[in-house]
Ligand binder design. Structure first.
Ligand SMILES: [Zn+2]
Length: 601
């Protein structure tokens, strides 16, 4: 992005800037506050290390003291981070962020005795403490969750060895990152007029969306030729990365690497298997969509580089920020008055930082801490896509708002598993709202196509990735070595299965696995697909059942991390341990596809 012509931050109208002053009004105290926090961490360790099991009262005091230290520290860190994001060239806030990070590391080290010591106390003693001291009830879930994971924690000596090995086991990810960002070279792509275009990770998707098919094909070949050149090194990195997952899970006495990865959120393996099997049952619908794409593009032969080009073109319509907010308010009406009122109040309090300025962090996020507004950073450019971005981030912020109003600090945030549900429910309500009032056929087709593409890229594609990870980890668990050829064969088979017969086979897409950074954080991407399904099921329920369903959803938003994600989602009426929500999402996909096919077929 060029910074030419961009306003400096001081030239932005204050009404479009977030009210961050409400968070910390006097910066001059931050340094001394950080010093105080360091000292508090020292006295915390001096007072409680070796004494957590002394009595119920001591244990409660230790929990509360730890929360109080983290809560203050988090506030300073979040403040510095957001100030830095306002203008990354401002070294004051870079320095403040670094200082806060250093104190976080210091506090983590000083308090690292806590969990191991907690787990050294007998289960019956801990449960007795909770009975004895009603204040400890607040921490019951934290304690039970720690006890649940106790069998995977090793002895003191072994844990010390594991901690040292940790400095090495991350190497495969670093090696891939170096290959993927530093060593890899992409040849320029050439368009139909003979002009060349640089190919980068960032520009690739733009080329894939280009109407110029020559450019698309050229960029596609440039991208994958580069990976083919590095395929042996990347295969080796991925083989050892997967092996690390497997070996670590064995050392920690998990039945499999997948079980180890899912155990943090206490997700049953059935959630993963249901996702894969229901999506597989519905692949004929995906094939129908791909077939339709081929027909609409008027192609005799369609290749994977034809998969991202938009099918329906619409004139660019500008949507001002104020208009965007109005659309959001209308779209979210089914969530009820309380949600809208809280949101409007937040907007007027200054939650949102709207426009781009020189040095501002790109993209969008919702961020904040227990003691701040749930702020939203945007780079609003007056497009429909930006309206989807606001409503997505507002979903996160309202989730935080409801949670922090209802929960103590210890449960005041969210797991990824539930967080992306809250943002996607909003997106889904927006899409349904826009479709409900759009009668102009071209615009309607555009929206339907946009919706279908979301299903394809979030639900189908991420499930395909999830299946790939499952295959590679199981192979390592069966004693196999992952070679480049074998992985490319597996990936080719998955790609054929997901996209169906309308796509021509080439010897290129089979290397796609090699460019996915998420594969170095195994068994993670399935959460995008499950979150999307949960959100689709919840929004359908709200739109069909009305108030009662909306009230359940608000209850869910208020739960934070006070229970396991699967249990929390049940409050909103979706049981992710059953295949039902995935089926409902698939029904929606089929319904959208039927209408789209009827309009264009
Ligand atoms: Zn999000």
């Amino acid at each position: 992005m060029t910074s030419k012509g961009l306003k400096t931050r001081d030239k932005i109208d204050p009404k479009y800037k977030w009210n961050i002053e409400a968070m910390i009004s006097d910066e001059s105290r931050i340094d001394s506050d950080l010093q105080k926090i360091r000292k508090q961490a020292d006295s915390f360790a001096a007072k409680y290390a070796g004494h957590l099991g002394d009595s119920a009262g001591t244990l409660y005091d230790a929990f509360a003291a730890s929360d109080s230290i983290m809560r203050k520290l988090e506030k300073i860190y979040v403040y510095a981070h957001m100030r830095r994001d306002e203008d990354n060239s401002n070294s004051l806030y870079q320095g403040m962020t670094d200082k806060a990070m250093a104190v976080i590391a210091y506090v983590s080290a000083a308090t690292s005795f806590f969990t191991p010591e907690l787990l050294s106390i007998k289960r019956s003693t801990l449960l007795g403490f909770i009975e004895e001291n009603p204040k400890l009830k607040t921490y019951e879930f934290v304690i039970l969750n720690a006890l649940r994971q106790k069998k995977h924690i090793l002895g003191k000596k072994e844990e010390a060895v594991m901690a040292q090995m940790g400095e090495i086991t991350g190497a495969t990810n670093d090696i891939f990152t170096m290959l993927n960002n530093a060593d890899i070279k992409f040849a320029d792509a050439v368009d139909s007029k003979g002009r060349s275009h640089p190919v980068t990770h960032g520009s690739y998707i733009k080329h894939m969306e280009s109407k110029d098919r020559v450019l698309r094909e050229s960029a596609y070949n440039s991208m994958y030729d580069a990976y083919k050149n590095l395929i042996n090194a990347i295969s080796s990195a991925y083989n050892y990365n997967t092996k690390t997952d497997v070996v670590t899970s064995r050392i920690r006495k998990f039945a499999s690497s997948r079980e180890a990865a899912l155990s943090g959120d206490n997700i049953p393996g059935a959630v993963y298997d249901n996702l894969v099997s229901v999506v597989n049952e519905n692949l004929p619908a995906m094939h129908r969509y791909v077939e339709l794409r081929k027909k609409l593009l008027g192609l005799d032969k369609m290749y994977m580089y034809d998969m991202y080009v938009p099918l329906i073109k619409i004139p660019n319509k500008k949507i001002s920020f104020e208009e965007g907010l109005d659309i959001m308010r209308e779209a979210l009406k089914p969530l009820g008055r309380d949600y809208i009122n809280k949101m409007n109040k937040g907007i007027s309090q200054g939650w949102i930082d709207v426009y781009e300025n020189k040095g501002k962090t790109s993209g969008a996020y919702s961020f904040g801490c227990y003691d701040s507004y749930p702020y939203i950073l945007l780079n609003y450019t007056d497009t429909l896509k930006d309206v989807f971005t606001i409503i997505h981030e507002m979903g996160h912020s309202m989730h935080s708002k409801y949670t922090r109003d209802a929960q103590p600090y210890v449960y005041g945030s969210h797991s990824i598993f539930t967080a992306e549900t809250a943002s996607t429910v909003n997106e889904s309500l927006l899409m349904n709202y826009l479709l409900s009032k759009e009668t102009e056929p071209r615009m309607r087709k555009y929206l339907l196509n946009m919706y279908l593409e979301e299903f394809r890229t979030t639900l189908f594609r991420q499930t395909m990735f999830a299946e790939f990870e499952d295959i590679t980890h199981k192979a390592i668990e069966a004693g196999q070595v992952l070679t480049g050829d074998w992985m490319c064969d597996q990936y080719q088979a998955l790609n054929d299965k997901y996209y169906g017969p309308a796509v021509e086979r080439d010897d290129t897409i089979r290397c796609e696995w090699a460019r996915i950074p998420h594969f170095y954080n195994a068994f993670y991407v399935y959460k995008y697909a499950t979150g999307y399904s949960a959100a689709t099921a919840i929004s359908s329920r709200i739109l069909t059942e009305g108030k009662a369903a909306a009230a359940d959803y608000i209850d869910f938003l208020s739960t934070g991390e006070s229970d396991y994600p699967i249990e929390l989602l049940k409050i909103a009426g979706v049981d992710m341990s059953s295949p039902e929500p995935i089926r409902k999402a698939m029904d929606k996909f089929n319904e959208l596809l039927d209408e789209f096919e009827g309009m264009v077929g």
